[in-house]
Write a new protein. Structure first.
Length: 306
């Protein structure tokens, strides 16, 4: 799939040559954050977002920019056209600066990682701490994939040793292995917006848990109005976190009148969608990409759109 970077905007055909050549813009476009300041933010947003919007999308994908590719590709295998509308972005959490020093000064029995973003943030701090030996429990396959390449080259200093039977924080907290009555310590680098479910579940089993809020999630600053209108008319919006659900609801002027479907990556996100008043909510019993795609297809069938 073709990608358009900001650098290529300067080489767009002039009006004198537009009659003999045309530029086809595809539905995923890369921005180089370091270069955004060299252009007018409003004009760039208009060019990028208008060019990126397919005419009749069936599914709106809403993860932060650069992290929708797997879902887009999986849906493309079913002939489904997607509109990428990132609703959230990640920013530094209040405890991020402590993470590297904690890792270098303290040994834990487990590091618990419950999202790809938490994994990415952890890896940066782990490298800064000198790549100490750590044993990691992850919530599911998607989170585990963040560590895959590194495990092959880290000479076993990083060991992803546990994944629960169901990819939820509650099940992870109930199943994380513990050696009898022995003191067992856990480091939990998390989103500042994550619930207390994991540390409370682990503490109730006798684990000593240190939670560090290393990142947080906030709504994006801007969504182009024309892109939003296309998104509102799409049969299904795919969301991967309660934060994304909240951002979507805030964009809808009248949530009660919006009757299309939300396909959630898992039960936690689906519960948030229902609490916020969304009616047609779909989610898989087993969280993950395959189940998410299945829920999206189910939602499309309900709309006679697949």
């Amino acid at each position: 799939m073709a990608l358009l970077s900001l650098s290529s905007l300067s080489s767009l055909p002039s009006s004198s040559s537009s009659s003999s050549s045309s530029l086809q813009l595809h539905s995923r476009i890369c921005l180089s954050p370091s270069r955004i300041g060299a252009f007018s933010s409003s004009s760039i947003s208009q060019v990028i977002q208008h060019a990126a919007a397919p005419s009749n999308p069936k599914v709106v994908v809403t993860r932060e920019r650069g992290k929708n590719a797997k879902l887009i590709d999986a849906l493309a295998e079913h002939g489904i056209n997607c509109l990428e509308v990132p609703l959230i972005q990640h920013t530094q959490g209040p405890d991020l600066d402590r993470l590297a020093s904690v890792l270098s000064e303290t040994t834990f029995d487990w590091i618990v990682i419950t999202s790809p973003e938490a994994g990415s943030v952890f890896l940066e701090a782990w490298k800064a701490a000198g790549t100490p030996s750590v044993r990691i429990g992850v919530v599911g396959a998607g989170t585990a994939s963040i560590f895959k390449n590194l495990m092959q080259s880290s000479k076993h200093s990083l060991d992803v040793a546990f994944t629960p039977s169901k990819a939820t924080g509650k099940v992870l907290a109930s199943e994380l292995p513990k050696d009898g009555n022995k003191r067992c310590t856990v480091l939990y680098p998390a989103s500042a917006k994550a619930s207390n479910e994991i540390e409370e579940g682990l503490s109730s089993r006798g684990f000593q848990v240190m939670r560090l809020n290393t990142y947080t999630t906030v709504p994006v600053d801007y969504v182009d109005q024309i892109v939003l209108e296309k998104a509102l008319s799409a049969p299904v919006v795919a969301v991967a976190s309660p934060s994304a659900v909240g951002a979507w609801v805030n964009l809808i002027s009248e949530p009660d009148s919006w009757s299309n479907s939300v396909a959630c990556i898992g039960e936690t996100t689906a519960s948030a969608a229902k609490r916020l008043g969304l009616k047609n909510v779909y989610y898989p019993l087993q969280p993950g990409l395959d189940g998410w795609v299945g829920s999206i297809l189910e939602a499309l069938r309900a709309h006679d759109s697949f």
